[in-house]
Design a protein around this ligand. Structure first.
Ligand SMILES: O=C(O)CCC(=O)C(=O)O
Ligand SMILES: [Fe+2]
Length: 196
């Protein structure tokens, strides 16, 4: 689940810029865990010891233009949920990302200058016993220019047990998920995705 990064030779400052952004986005991820802990009536620090060596991978994405493609031919990222928190930067001025709402309708997520999109992901649905949802989303670029986005996937340390938090379990809402370590969870998801 780990490997060396592959860096292009050009542009010269690409690696430094990526790493600067990576560390800034990581700090956002850590703050998110504090905010969600408070929202769950837990101490702000609840996730601190669970996010010491956070599994945090970043994906830089390029979507070529395909304005003339028919809907069933369009390439992009198909409908899916993310494993863990996603901190997504999207290029401004282009619409491509959509989320599925509770009425099963696809809603555009237009990039707003100076904002990030935060997706809670499946691990947080497990932590919260489905009180918080992991949003189904997809992205395709039907514009006439290239589109770029950057997704940082931020989860707990791999050895942490993910299980419904006590404040999210009641007699009416019994625990819907067994405990599983974050590492084993990611391993199973990757196996299901790439090892069919
Ligand atoms: O590019 C986007 O807007 C979405 C990317 C995404 O959903 C992903 O990488 O999991
Ligand atoms: Fe995603």
């Amino acid at each position: 689940m780990a490997g060396a990064n592959v860096w292009p030779d050009t542009p010269a400052d690409f690696r430094t810029a990526c790493m600067d952004y990576y560390h800034a986005a990581l700090a956002v991820g850590k703050k998110l865990f504090c905010l969600f802990a408070l929202a769950l009536d837990l101490p702000e620090t609840y996730f601190n010891d669970k996010t010491v060596y956070s599994a945090a991978t970043m994906r830089t994405l390029h979507y070529p233009p395909q304005p003339d493609a028919a809907d069933d031919k369009i390439l992009g990222i198909g409908a899916h949920t993310d494993f863990c928190f996603t901190i997504l930067w999207q290029q401004t001025g282009l619409e491509a990302l959509q989320v599925l709402n509770s009425r099963e309708e696809w809603i555009n997520v237009p990039p707003l200058p100076g904002t990030l999109v935060i997706n809670l992901g499946d691990q947080f649905a497990r932590w919260t016993n489905d009180i918080f949802k992991s949003t189904v989303h997809r992205a395709a670029n039907k514009n006439i220019v290239d589109r770029y986005s950057i997704a940082l996937f931020f989860g707990t340390d791999y050895e942490v047990n993910i299980e419904p938090i006590h404040t999210c379990v009641t007699a009416e809402r019994p625990a819907a998920y067994p405990a599983i370590t974050a590492g084993e969870y990611v391993r199973q998801r990757l196996k299901a995705m790439y090892n069919k």
